[in-house]
Ligand binder design. Sequence first.
Ligand code: PBG
Length: 331
Amino acid sequence: MHNASYPALRLRRTRASAWSRALHAETVLTPADLIWPLFVAEGEGVEQPISTMPGVSRWSVDKMVDRAREARDLGIPCLALFPNTPEHLRTDDGAEALNAGNLMCRAIRAIKDAVPEVGVLTDVALDPYTAHGHDGLIDAAGYVLNDPTKDVLVQQALNQARAGADIIAPSDMMDGRVAAIRAALEGEGFANVQIMAYAAKYASAFYGPFRDAVGSRGRLQGDKKTYQMNPANAEEALREVALDLAEGADTVMVKPGLPYLDIIRRVKERFEVPVFAYAVSGEYAMIEAAAAAGAGDRDGLVMESLMSLKRAGCSGVLTYHAPLAARLLGR
Ligand code: PBG
């Protein structure tokens, strides 16, 4: 019975000291909740800072291995990799995505060779490989074709799995791709390769810096509204999640993160499955801009944002702030 009232009930009582606040914390964040997204560049010994994401760089494969060691030492269990494909390899059909020796596959192999205890998540979508910047194959009118794209994504996923990817994460929003990828993985003996579906992925204004990082921003013709979701919709997100789970997704993702806490909560309550959020590049940039302008304390903004995502129902969060957050948590 909750029938006590003031003054017998003083909710400030348990907040009065640090030990008591720690004891009464309802949500706990640990480095094990973090997935660190990283951008791979060609070359050796290369670090390329990304101007719209201050503090984030593209790394060549050799340096990426150092990032994997850093993650391991910080207790971050998993990396998410995205390639910045050289200009001359971007084509209308994104064929480089299927090349077993592409930048992505070389990065996966190098990491799994050197630091096998760190998980590697790979994004399935064609945008880092296409000349037009879309996630799939387009027709003459620029419309992204669902079924032909799905067939290519299956090959892309297999290419990544053969290179050693642990989690396949389709971010393309084509209908039916999870089932097709699951069947193909089973067919090649990749029974333990997981699928984390970008199930509720919105057509968001928060992806700008990411498109700089993978080099697709200037190229993108039009927008992605015919495949990514309308930010106005929540019921549709539940249908997307239901579909991806029925097709064999192990876990589902909501993306972006902070503007979609309601979606995370509804998905968690409805389906009772592991839900992940992607705190996307624009969210990172907003925090960095606020900190740089003296409008807020970076550490505080980062930890509160991550805690909010966890409290909303996330099992984990993809965040560019992963190393910072892990360091803060490790203190
Ligand atoms: C590509 C993809 C995008 C992101 C992850 N995978 C961009 C997009 O859909 O245009 C965005 C991540 C971020 O902004 O940090 N399909």
